[in-house]
Design a protein around this ligand. Structure first.
Ligand SMILES: *Cc1c(COP(=O)(O)O)cnc(C)c1O
Length: 359
C-alpha cells in the first residue's frame, strides 16, 4: 500500500486511523454480522452511531441546547436553496460575495426573493475579505449570508461581519472543525463534509431552533423543510448512513487529538510552514491579502503558466497530488485540511525549495 500526500480541495484527505478502523469494521460492525452500509437506519445499532456522532459534534463545537444538528443530503449546494426557502419570511436577504460559492448562494437566493449584495471582493478576483464592520444591510433582511472560508480563493473571515442584529448564516464547508467557533453568533452554520470531515454525500446543518418553522415559502418540498428533518432527528427518510458513520469516527479522532483548540494549533503550524516559505520565495507567491489568509486552502502562483504546469506535474510524480489551482485562479492550491499531517506540508515545502533551485 502506498498513500500519497493529497492536497485536494475536496473530496479531501481523511485521517488514516479512521480509514483503517472503517476497513476493520467493514465486514462485521461490532458483532452485528454486517457492514454499516447494509444495516437499517432504524436499527438499534445504527441509532447508537448517529446519536454518538451528534453528541461528539455537540461536545467538540460546544453547541448550545437551543440549536439542532441535522445530517442531510444534497451537498452544500442544496443549502443555497433550502436557506431562502426556510428563512426568507420577508423575502429579502443580504449576501456578502467573497467567492464562487457565495456567489452561487447569492444567485440561488435571487430565485426566492430579493437577494441584496451588500459587499463583494469580486473586483480583485476575490483575493480579500471586504470590510464588513458597517454594511448597508436592509432593515427587513431575514438574514446575512457569508461563506466563511473561501475554498477556491483561499480567504477566511478573521472577524465575523457586523450583521446589525440580523441572523448570520454561514457556509463553513472548508473550515468546519478547523478551529474553535462560537456557535451562538450564528443562526445557521452548515457545510458539506467532504472537505474536512467525511465522505461526500452528507451536509451538516447546525440551526437555531427558532429558525425551524412551518412557515416556509409556498411550494417548499417536504424534504427541503428544516422542520421535517429536525422533528425526525435526521431520520425522516434514509439518511446517508455510512457517511454519517465516518463523520462520527472523524469527530472521535478530533476529540482524541485534543479538540478544536488543538486542531487550530495543528492547522496554524502547518499553514505557517507554507506561508513563511511563500513569503520569502523568489519563485512562488501567495495570491491573497495576508491578513485574510485561510488556514485550509493556500493558493499560490509562479507567475508563469508553463512553470506552474511543470511544477504540478513534477509534484505529482513525487507523490504530492491535486495541487493544480482552480481554473479561475490558475497556478496551484494546497488544501491542508485537519487530516493533512505536518510532515506532508513540510515535505511539500522541501520539494518547492528544490524546484525553485532547479528552475
Ligand atoms: C465545496 C464547497 C461547496 C459545494 O459543496 P457541494 O457539497 O459539492 O455542493 C459549497 N461551499 C463551499 C465553501 C465549498 O467549499
Amino acid at each position: 500500500m502506498s498513500r500519497v500526500y493529497n492536497f485536494s480541495a475536496g473530496p479531501a484527505v481523511l485521517p488514516e486511523e479512521v480509514l483503517r478502523e472503517a476497513a476493520e469494521e467493514m465486514m462485521d460492525y461490532k458483532g452485528s454480522g454486517m457492514s454499516v452500509m447494509e444495516m437499517s437506519h432504524r436499527s438499534k445499532v445504527y441509532d447508537t452511531i448517529i446519536k454518538e456522532a451528534e453528541a461528539d459534534l455537540r461536545e467538540l463545537m460546544n453547541i448550545p441546547d437551543n440549536y439542532k444538528v441535522l445530517f442531510l443530503q444534497g451537498g452544500a449546494s442544496q443549502q443555497f436553496a433550502m436557506i431562502p426557502m426556510n428563512l426568507m419570511k420577508n423575502k429579502k436577504a443580504a449576501y456578502i460575495v467573497t467567492g464562487q460559492w457565495a456567489k452561487k448562494a447569492f444567485q440561488e437566493g435571487q430565485i426566492y426573493g430579493e437577494a441584496v449584495k451588500v459587499a463583494s471582493s469580486e473586483d480583485e478576483t476575490f483575493s480579500y475579505i471586504p470590510d464588513c464592520s458597517d454594511l448597508d444591510i436592509p432593515e427587513d433582511a431575514d438574514y446575512v449570508y457569508i461563506c466563511e472560508n473561501n475554498t477556491i480563493y483561499g480567504t477566511k473571515y478573521k472577524t465575523l461581519p457586523n450583521t446589525k442584529g440580523h441572523t448570520l448564516v454561514a457556509d463553513v464547508s472548508s473550515c468546519f472543525l478547523s478551529e474553535p467557533v462560537d456557535v451562538s453568533k450564528y443562526g445557521i452554520i452548515y457545510g458539506g463534509v467532504q472537505k474536512n470531515i467525511g465522505p461526500a454525500g452528507v451536509v451538516i446543518v447546525i440551526i437555531r431552533e427558532d429558525l425551524i418553522t412551518e412557515d416556509t415559502l409556498p411550494g417548499t418540498p417536504t424534504m427541503l423543510k428544516y422542520k421535517t428533518h429536525a422533528d425526525a432527528d435526521s431520520l425522516y427518510n434514509t439518511p446517508p448512513a455510512y457517511g454519517i458513520y465516518i463523520c462520527g469516527k472523524v469527530f472521535q479522532w478530533i476529540k482524541k487529538m485534543g479538540g478544536l483548540t488543538a486542531m487550530k494549533e495543528h492547522n496554524e503550524a502547518k499553514a505557517k510552514i507554507l506561508y513563511d516559505f511563500l513569503d520569502q520565495s523568489n519563485m512562488f507567491q501567495g495570491t491573497v491579502r495576508k491578513e485574510d489568509r485561510s488556514l485550509m486552502n493556500v493558493p499560490f502562483v509562479t507567475g508563469d503558466k508553463d512553470l506552474d504546469a511543470k511544477f504540478v506535474k513534477e509534484a505529482e510524480a513525487a507523490g504530492f497530488v491535486n495541487l493544480k489551482g482552480h481554473r479561475t485562479v490558475g497556478g496551484m492550491r494546497a488544501s491542508i485540511y485537519n487530516a493533512m499531517p505536518v510532515e506532508g506540508v513540510q515535505k511539500l515545502v522541501d520539494f518547492m525549495k528544490k524546484f525553485e533551485e532547479e528552475n
